[in-house]
Design a protein. Sequence first.
Length: 363
Amino acid sequence: MQLENLYLSNFRCYHDSRFPFAEGVNIIIGPNGAGKTTILEAIHLLSLTRSFRTHDDRHLIERGTTSYIIRGQLSDQDNKILVQNTFMIGGRKQISVDGIALSSKKEMLGRFPVVIMVPEDLELARGPDSLRRAFIDRVLAVTDKKYLNELLKYRRLLKQRNAALRQVTARDYSAVNIWDAAFADSAHAIWRIRAAFFGEYCSIFSSAWSQQRPEISASIDYIPVEYENASAVREAMERSVETDLQTRRTNIGPHRDKIGFILGGNNLRFYGSLGEQKLFIIALKIAEARYLETILGTAPVMLLDDLPATLDAERSRRVIEELSDAYQTIISATTTDSFGQGWETAFKPNRISLPVEGEACPA
């Protein structure tokens, strides 16, 4: 899949702007505050129907206006696809493909896959398990509609069961137990899908890591809870009732899964250097791209925000070379100096210079 051009209307600092993109490497150059990340944000929103910077679409609307439009012209071999995302204050987000409105945001997932790498992704390596679970959930939501539906159902059940736990009095568990059967079914289904996913994804990650630093081992540590069936999950929940009542939350379920990043036999979160954490995230993102392409049958677009802030010149060039051979790659940077001499001759990037005349993005 390729992004040919992008149109933004009243989206953050862009009032009426168009950006052309080419195959291979695209570089968005401009000073801090020029709107580089906003372009990547718009592309991400076209793909996943949401921003990676905010959960409130009202924050994406240009000041003094009441709605935004994002429109992307895509190509997949000989097919042309027009995707539009519109949001108006007081209304619902509307997504259309070739002029046909989609009935839900879920319908868009997987049609135009992207992989984004931002400096904040380092938190995947050094932050809590919840961030790593969210990463896995996002990849699976794009590639497995059954998983997405199950995850949404599970989250509703978890919210309802936790609400019941906060309200229960004395020794009457009935208000809690009414959720257990459905919760156990959903939890078991999610565990089965996650276990199968990790079996494939970890192999792809190992291959990606071997191209970064083969002299040291790296792996993703996920040990699924072994429950034979949903009945076994429910039995475990019954044994956990006292703990649940004391903590006023559900302590059994996929929302408690632990996912570790291991480097040289040690937990990267506690023992990895900053450089090692960066390399691990790069391999993780390359593995994500390869996994998406394998499952969806189309290559994702790679979005690299402020790459020089993440990597040194030599590593940046190696990553660009590795990605651009297989994927359309869109990079934002304040300068190309950090990529070293001769990089433009080597990669022949499509260059987008900011700020756009007539547009003023706040710092």
